[in-house]
Design a binder for this molecule. Structure first.
Ligand code: UDP
Length: 321
């Protein structure tokens, strides 16, 4: 298929673009490089550096079989401080993309959604029919886009799939997580092991969880990419499928730090810190729908594989070029 990958110079987008190139698809990456990296665009993909809102109509006019839409702002804290960036950068931009998809009759769309659409869960594990009550503008912006996609699929026949990621981790060879402002647990802990940070803060140790620290469902970025390839194959015209993607197992902050110690051999000092506002105690996905309907089978589910791959990536970035 001829595929447009928006945000394909970012973490998840670049890994998915690499999988799509490897699967033999004709891939064009569109990215404004605001947070992505030119050298993260996989060999074999065409690259367009452009603002998506401005370029979507012209680019899709060339005729594509599908769009995988990753381009987005994704920092929860920033979304609370500067919601305008999220309503504009995520929602307005995605509406422009949807309009271009409608105008040019692009048949398929796979959208990068998030567990943040659910907010504070009422029940664990979280199923797709759980109430969607996001607790920050980031989650709200992604939910608004999901809703817009549902109506475009129903009215205009787009075959659409939204994939709601839980905590993405790991790396795919030279494609991995490298944010200018790092807020995610595993890369921060690995910065301590790499010697660029002294210690890691543990945000709250009095949560109602077995060891008092927050529990999250980590999913390997390669398993996530597999789900995107399957979503393209299974998308049905006029239908919007929404699927959670997680490994179905929860790991606490302490367990993550311990796994990083084992993988790196570094003592990694961890310091107790106050709870981070907006953090739910436990987030675990029910991914049964993705397994049953897409045939998804996450296989890199153990923490040491995810941390090990992230560590290999982090070390490869430190080699002199
Ligand atoms: N966390 C932490 N210290 C940090 C960064 C994160 O204790 O320096 C915790 C955070 O409170 C949450 C978990 O690690 O419980 C995962 O956070 P992350 O930001 O990686 O992902 P999120 O669950 O917010 O999407």
């Amino acid at each position: 298929m001829k595929l447009l990958v928006t945000g394909g110079a970012g973490y998840v987008g670049s890994v998915c673009a690499a999988h799509l190139v490897d699967a033999g698809h004709d891939v064009t990456v569109l990215d404004d490089l605001s947070t992505g990296h030119r050298d993260a665009v996989p060999d074999g993909a065409e690259f367009v550096e452009a603002d998506l809102a401005e370029a979507a109509d012209e680019v899709l006019g060339a005729g594509f079989d599908g769009v995988l839409h990753f381009a987005a702002r994704s920092l929860v804290g920033e979304s609370v401080q500067r919601p305008e960036l999220y309503w504009s950068g995520n929602v307005v931009t995605s509406l422009r993309l949807l309009e271009a998809i409608r105008r040019h009759g692009t048949p398929r769309l796979v959208f990068s959604s998030t567990a943040a659409t659910y907010g504070e869960p009422e029940a664990i594990p979280i199923r797709e029919d759980a109430p969607a009550r996001p607790t920050n503008p980031y989650g709200a912006s992604k939910l608004a886009i999901d809703n817009a996609i549902s109506s475009y699929a129903a009215a205009h026949g787009v075959a659409a799939v939204s994939l709601r990621y839980f905590n993405v981790a790991g790396a795919h060879g030279r494609f991995g997580e490298r944010h200018a402002v790092e807020t995610h647990l595993i890369p921060l802990v690995l910065q301590v092991a790499a010697g660029t940070r002294e210690s890691v803060q543990v945000f709250g140790d009095d949560w109602p969880t077995p060891d008092g620290t927050c529990v999250r469902d980590y999913v390997h970025v390669d398993d996530l990419a597999d789900a995107h390839v399957l979503a393209l194959q299974h998308a049905r015209p006029g239908h919007h499928g929404i699927y959670n993607l997680g490994s179905g197992t929860g790991f606490s902050v302490r367990e993550v730090v311990e796994a990083c110690r084992e993988v790196t051999g570094h003592p990694i000092p961890a310091v107790a810190a106050p709870r981070r506002s907006g953090d739910p105690a436990v987030l675990i996905a029910a991914s049964d729908a993705a397994k049953a309907e897409l045939g998804w089978n996450p296989v890199r589910t153990d923490l040491s594989t995810m941390v090990g791959d992230a560590w290999s990536f982090a070390q490869s970035r430190r080699q002199p070029v």
